[in-house]
Ligand binder design. Structure first.
Ligand SMILES: [Ca+2]
Length: 386
């Protein structure tokens, strides 16, 4: 590990004159006694080609696979599409309509890790209520392409009619717990307030019950599903099953998008600490760090508008193994981050620059990479270059 900093420093110096084309990462071997450093290229744009599978969905949001060849894709405006062998074939009927103001709509979708045994599919969406709505977690099964046994597992509170910052992503960990994220709905103070659900990451059992070992379970007035707080608007979340770690990205204001390592009960600081400023140029906080609040592993200034997150674990792109990929809505690319085994970011590469507003980056069970964009709406598959 100690060799990384000198190597990177040398890379930096050399990089001013010529390109420095690799960094070393031992992250792939970090459970091994014989830790071995592997070469990680800093530039991988020549290693893959892209195939546009569909241009028919204007705002695809989330994707999950039911098996090697069948996936479900949420469409923000309120549809779930079926993709079989890389073709959109149908949509799912029988699901509730969403609140669709501004950023609201259908959000993430995730098959249960034991989908083969129990058939459950989980989805977050902005559920309409009064003249507003709130991020709500549901699950359902499929009878053909019809949703059945629909259950509402958790409706976040309070309901508001702002059209911004709904989150949301869903992941499962190795023990079968479900985590889903929310945004603070544009009310900054929500994120530090444990008595509401906004600006948090929540942890539930797969049936929606709240685990009694959640960090604020015993705290009076606190929402007992909270796993972390001080999160502005988490729209990227991925589970590293090999190392039992959760990574999440959240939008900053103007500047200050973050990649965070998500840990039980931790406070990620919004709005008390931030690397960004408000959209009108005003200062939100003078502080970038504070005791008791987590520092991001990485932040983007200017903001790229982080959305969607993937940890690549497949075998189709060996050079990408264990790299983290974040979508960029505003900056319309995919950011590839190479981390060492202490989660220090060694390298960032911009891929697919100008591809569209990237909403999600995901790995299929067979190790290909799928990129969902809006403006234009596209389902894109990345394949190793022949
Ligand atoms: Ca933060």
């Amino acid at each position: 590990m100690k060799r990384y900093i000198p190597l990177l420093f040398i890379c930096f110096l050399i990089g001013t004159l010529m390109s420095c084309n690799e960094v070393k990462s031992s992250r792939t071997e970090n459970n091994s006694e014989n830790e071995e450093e592997i070469e990680k290229p800093t530039s991988t744009a020549d290693l893959f080609e892209k195939e546009i599978l569909s241009k028919d969905i204007s705002a695809p949001w989330g994707i999950t696979w039911l098996d090697d060849s069948k996936a479900l894709i949420t469409h923000k405006q309120g549809s779930v599409y079926v993709m079989e062998n890389d073709e959109i074939t149908d949509s799912i009927s029988g699901l509730p309509s969403p609140y669709t103001s501004n950023q609201a709509g259908y959000l993430d979708i995730k098959a249960h890790p034991k989908y083969n045994e129990n058939g459950w599919v989980y989805m977050t969406f902005a559920k309409p209520e009064g003249d507003g709505g709130s991020t709500t977690l549901i699950r359902f099964k499929l009878d053909g392409n019809k949703a059945t046994e629909l259950e509402e597992l958790y409706q976040t509170m309070p309901i508001t009619n702002t059209g911004i910052h709904f989150g949301s992503r869903i992941i499962f960990d190795n023990d079968g717990y479900l985590y889903f994220s929310t945004g603070e709905r544009g009310v900054k103070e929500n994120a530090q307030d444990l008595t509401n659900d906004m600006g948090k990451i929540h942890r539930l059992q797969d049936d929606g019950e709240i685990p009694s070992d959640n960090p604020f379970y015993e705290e009076a007035d606190a929402k007992k599903s909270i796993w972390t707080y001080g999160n502005r608007n988490v729209q990227g979340m991925v589970y590293d099953a090999e190392n039992n770690k959760i990574y999440a990205t959240e939008h900053g204001p103007m500047g200050g998008d973050e990649l965070n390592l998500i840990e039980k009960g931790a406070n990620y600081g919004w709005p008390e600490i931030t690397y960004g400023i408000d959209y009108d140029g005003s200062i939100i906080s003078e502080l970038q760090e504070k005791e008791g609040m987590e520092q991001p592993l990485h932040y983007w200034d200017p903001s790229i508008a982080t959305c969607g997150l993937m940890l690549y674990t497949g075998d189709k792109f060996p050079e990408w193994k264990n790299d983290i990929f974040s979508g960029a809505l505003a900056k319309t690319h995919v950011a590839r981050l190479t981390l060492d085994d202490e989660d220090k970011v060694l390298n960032e590469e911009k891929l697919l620059d100008g591809i569209g507003r990237v909403r999600q980056v995901a790995q299929s069970p067979d190790g290909y990479v799928y990129v969902l964009t809006e403006g234009p709406g596209q389902i894109i598959k990345l394949l190793p270059k022949k």
